[in-house]
Write a protein that binds this ligand. Structure first.
Ligand code: ADP
Length: 420
């Protein structure tokens, strides 16, 4: 069995695959680690359980996960030895990691060295790996980085126009995020179009709480909207996206705000939440906008405008566009946002069929109009499956670039958590 672990600062998500990756045997999430009202959601097939209990730390979270995986009630595994390999999601691999790797001491040290780039996330990823090594001695661990896919972004696109020595000394550059999702979705899109990935120029719109737009040419990321940290690019749920850094100096130097306060605003109080004054949840914002709330209408306008503008920029970067791909919570579920993003993109050959768009998710993934010159697709992301594929490839001694095409692997039971 292959166990996939996504260890966040206050959560632990897990997914257990059968060795052939044909089925998800179990999945779940332990949330609010370190808080009094922690809980676990555990799924096996179509059975699910929600159980509240305090989870003081990550070690306790792993113990809880094991309790559920070993529980005779669910018949998932009988002993920890049934886990033959573990794949971990890591947020930041700096410029060191250009692809997924098997974990050894040097990898763990390099991950620690990258912690300054993702101080909230990388330490948790390291804890996850160390716990897995302790619980499953002898089983190989593989780490898959969100930043790795974007290491192909060329220097002229990833370098900021700051003093060169500063960028070199401190590793200041565009790293990008959601790379595992963009990689999976671009492979799936090529398969669905029945065209070689190497011949396609596509823009992937990963629209979730976090938002990444990614220009992918010939299967390689050539530009991406998130940068050094996690808030640049398009406005997100609570993160601002691009804005003039002069605003930070202004708020601190002229308006007397503390830097920590401004940081909190940029990451946690901006984006859809800041614009709408209501919510970071696109469903609530679009519902309120439909009911006449002007600030929510404006929030949606700003969101859509920046996505459309970035698609145009990326088409320019790639010299054209063969496919536009929507994924993640908003991209997969909001026909309204997809339709509004595509409005006015006819000059790029983008034209969607309103009926196909309305049923996307339940109907065919290709939502283009018959007259469209470029395809528009809705492709559910599955980062865990991508991690599982890399884990199997690396533990079998294969290079990760040769993972089997994802469509040839039968898809997991699609239930809430497992699909995300
Ligand atoms: P995360 O980055 O946390 O993984 P998700 O990919 O789950 O985020 O996306 C969360 C976003 O998806 C939220 O803004 C949520 O409102 C939005 N979303 C989910 N379902 C719908 C829907 N049916 N219509 C519009 N937005 C939706």
């Amino acid at each position: 069995m292959i166990l996939i672990i996504n260890c966040g600062s206050s959560s632990l998500k897990y997914q257990l695959y059968t060795p052939d990756l044909a089925h998800v045997a179990a999945s779940g999430m332990i949330a609010k680690i370190g808080e009094p009202e922690g809980y676990i959601d555990h799924f096996v097939g179509h059975r699910g359980e929600h159980h509240r209990c305090p989870v003081p730390d990550h070690r306790a979270a792993f113990a809880l996960m094991m309790e559920y995986l070993l529980s005779p009630e669910y018949h998932v595994i009988e002993c920890p030895g049934a886990i033959t390999a573990i794949g971990h999601r890591a947020v930041h691999g700096g410029s060191v990691f250009v692809e997924s790797v098997l974990v050894d001491d040097a990898v763990l040290q390099a991950l620690r060295d990258c912690a300054a780039f993702a101080p909230l996330h990388n330490p948790c990823n390291i804890i996850g790996i160390e716990e897995a090594q302790r619980l499953f001695p002898g089983a190989p661990n593989v780490v898959v980085f969100d930043t790795a896919f974007h290491q192909t972004v060329p220097e002229h696109a990833h370098l900021y126009a700051l003093p060169h020595s500063l960028s070199e000394d401190y590793g200041l550059r565009r790293y990008g995020f959601h790379g595992t999702s963009c990689r999976y979705v671009s492979q799936r899109a090529a398969e669905l179009l029945n065209r070689p990935l190497e011949k396609l120029s596509m823009v992937v719109c990963h629209l979730g709480n976090g938002v990444t737009l990614d220009a992918i040419k010939g299967g390689q990321s050539v530009d991406t909207s998130i940068g050094f940290g996690t808030f640049s690019g398009v406005p997100m749920g609570t993160r601002a996206g691009d804005f003039d850094p002069a605003i930070i100096f202004h708020l601190v130097n002229e308006r007397g705000m503390r830097l920590e306060e401004v940081e909190e605003i940029c990451y946690k109080k901006s984006g859809l939440l800041g614009l709408s004054g209501l919510s970071n949840d696109m469903r609530e914002v679009t519902d309120a906008a439909a009911a006449g709330n002007k600030r929510c209408q404006l929030a949606v306008d700003v969101f859509v405008y920046h996505i459309r503008k970035t698609i145009g920029a990326y088409a320019a970067v790639m010299g054209g566009l063969d496919a536009l791909v929507f994924t993640a919570g908003i991209g997969e579920n909001s026909a309204e946002i997809r339709a509004r993003v595509c409005e006015g993109l006819g000059f790029l050959g983008i034209e969607i069929d309103p009926r196909a768009n309305a049923v996307a998710g339940k109907g065919p993934p290709n939502i283009s109009a018959v007259t469209a010159r470029a395809a528009t697709l809705v492709v559910p992301t599955d980062e865990e499956r991508m991690i599982a594929l890399d884990t199997v490839a690396l533990t079998e001694g294969l290079p990760v670039r040769q993972v089997p095409p994802v469509a040839k692997v039968c898809h997991a039971e699609a239930h809430g958590l497992a699909a995300r």
